[in-house]
Unconditional design. Structure first.
Ligand SMILES: [Zn+2]
Length: 155
């Protein structure tokens, strides 16, 4: 689905957040054989900045984290497309719109796929913690983490 949210920053700038989420077949085009690798989720969020009716930039919305940015724009909490910097108040407004757009665009099937993937990874983790200690090669020694057959203790 596609969801669009608009934020008026009140200084002539209007931010439009467009979130897209689609689920489709993941086809591998391998030498004439089209192999379906299962369902694939694509998520994308683009923020556009309009000033006085003109689009001035569009790209990612993110937090200001690099020391360089913090030095140049001390009051900035976030940025759009690495060119518009946002103070705390504007950042909160855009973040609220961003989160709402992402939540609204989310496909039910994507949620199901994410839950399935999470369960699969958890089951694998559990299997490894359960069987890993019994799957060590003969002669394995925990002390030196190699197959020393206890030689490291013998010396
Ligand atoms: Zn050892």
């Amino acid at each position: 689905m596609i969801s669009t949210k608009t934020v008026d920053l009140g200084n002539g700038r209007i931010i439009t957040v467009t979130a897209t989420c689609t689920v489709s077949d993941d086809i591998s085009y391998s030498d004439g054989w089209n192999i379906n690798l299962g369902r694939k989720i694509s998520r994308k969020v683009v923020c556009s900045v309009e000033k006085d009716g003109k689009n001035i930039c569009s790209g990612d919305f993110c937090q200001v984290v690099t020391p360089d940015e913090k030095q140049r724009y001390p009051a900035a909490v976030g940025s759009i497309a690495d060119s518009i910097y946002l103070g705390a108040e504007s950042f909160e407004k855009v973040k609220t719109a961003y989160d709402a757009a992402v939540a609204e665009a989310e496909e039910p099937e994507a949620k199901e796929l994410d839950a399935k993937e999470k369960a699969r990874v958890e089951a694998l983790d559990e299997m490894y913690t359960k069987y890993e200690p019994t799957q060590r090669p003969y002669g394995w020694c925990d002390k030196c983490q190699s197959c020393c057959y206890g030689d490291c203790e013998a010396a």
